[in-house]
Design a protein around this ligand. Structure first.
Ligand SMILES: Nc1ncnc2c1ncn2[C@@H]1O[C@H](COP(=O)(O)OP(=O)(O)OP(=O)(O)O)[C@@H](O)[C@H]1O
Ligand code: SF4
Ligand SMILES: [Mg+2]
Length: 346
């Protein structure tokens, strides 16, 4: 591993977000209630590495990304950039933070302004981050370089185009180029390919992987699709109902999942071969049963109402992270030394 990969660029510890539930009128019962969207999440992103954050809808993935991007205030925990605690609420310090940490959204059409051209979007981003150069020629070079990085060439074919004149994949490439205009160290990619036609998803994922290598970026790749995590990410974290339940090297987590929820995710996910095919690449959430209420999440292990291995203690005691192997951990009592693992499983 290169030395730069060993130190974390961006870290979260104890990251927590509870959204207050506003009870209407005389709904006093809901007073003080909150959606426990993210609880006690710890993760670290390293240069030159992709970390996948996988989980079903509503598990808190986007909230984690927004907290890391400082777009929402956290209820608790810390976000550290190069080891320094950072909390910013807009203004100059927020812009400085964005220079290092950029967020790419799921829907490139919504994230680009329909009345502005590609040239406008990229020029503005370059100017905001102080990378537009001092002359018109330097600006042109910076624009050509950005579009070249996302493989939209020749640049002059794209600069005058409006978002609606581009394909979905091209729009997402422009959104990526705009993020790169900041020369970030961290890219938070929130389902960057899920709205794209399946036939072009692989091309955009390959682009992100090449950029990670060329620019030594730390990438958080948020997805429903555990098959693509295996293909694309070095490390995979699995999130369930606001908590991380398993993590480790992608190959190990996806080939030998330890946590019963990860196993369920993999059993319900389509074959990895299908990433680039016309079949649906996300997991089939109908196969997963019902996720719990996040206003009154289950006590103990949040997965216990759906877990085929649930034991008495699972209903009351929150499992900590247990080391499963040097390459994997799971927050599950099955891996406590005091409890036997289920027959036939690791
Ligand atoms: N601003 C908000 N106010 C109240 N609740 C919110 C808010 N944002 C998110 N939530 C709730 O927090 C939980 C987690 O939402 P989040 O969008 O992070 O999930 P997700 O894993 O990204 O889901 P998806 O895969 O559907 O994008 C959900 O129950 C959601 O309804
Ligand atoms: S802690 Fe218990 S309920 Fe939770 S996943 Fe493990 S066995 Fe299942
Ligand atoms: Mg989301």
């Amino acid at each position: 591993m290169a030395p730069e990969q060993t130190t974390a660029v961006l870290e979260a510890e104890g990251l927590t977000k509870h959204f207050p539930v506003r009870g209407a009128g005389r709904d006093v019962l809901r007073r003080g209630a909150a959606v426990h969207a993210v609880d006690d999440v710890a993760l670290s992103l390293h240069r030159g590495r992709v970390t996948a954050l996988v989980g079903e809808s509503g598990s808190g993935k986007s909230t984690v990304a927004r907290l890391l991007a400082q777009l929402q205030t956290r209820t608790g925990g810390a976000v550290r950039l190069h080891g320094k605690d950072v909390t910013v609420h807009g203004g100059r310090r927020f812009r400085a933070y964005c220079r290092s940490v950029q967020l790419i959204f799921q829907d490139p059409f919504a994230s680009l302004n329909p009345v502005h051209t590609v040239r406008y979007h990229l020029t503005r981003a370059l100017r905001v981050h102080g990378h537009a150069g001092r002359t018109a020629r330097e600006l042109e070079e910076a624009l050509t370089d950005l579009l070249g990085r996302v493989r939209l060439t020749p640049a002059e074919q794209y600069l005058a185009k409006f978002p609606h004149e581009l394909s979905g994949g091209q729009r997402q490439r422009v959104a990526i180029a705009r993020a790169l205009a900041a020369r970030p160290e961290v890219l938070l990619a929130d389902e960057p390919v899920s709205m794209l036609d399946v036939s072009i998803r692989l091309g955009v994922l390959n682009l992100l992987r090449d950029l990670k290598e060329q620019l030594s970026l730390a990438v958080l790749y948020i997805t429903h699709d555990i098959a693509s995590a295996r293909y694309f990410a070095d490390e995979t974290l699995v999130m369930y109902a606001g908590r991380l339940v398993e993590g480790g090297e992608s190959e190990t987590v996806t080939q030998s999942p330890a946590h019963p929820y990860t196993r369920l995710l993999i059993d319900s996910a389509p074959d990895p071969e299908r990433i680039g095919s016309a079949q649906r690449a996300e997991l089939d959430e109908d196969d997963l049963g019902e996720p719990p209420s996040l206003v009154t999440p289950p006590a103990g292990c949040r997965f216990h109402p759906r877990c085929p291995h649930a034991m008495e203690r699972c209903t009351t005691e929150l499992p900590p992270r247990f080391e499963v192997s040097g390459k994997q951990w799971a927050a599950c009592w099955l891996y406590d030394n005091g409890s036997p693992a289920p027959a036939g499983e690791s």
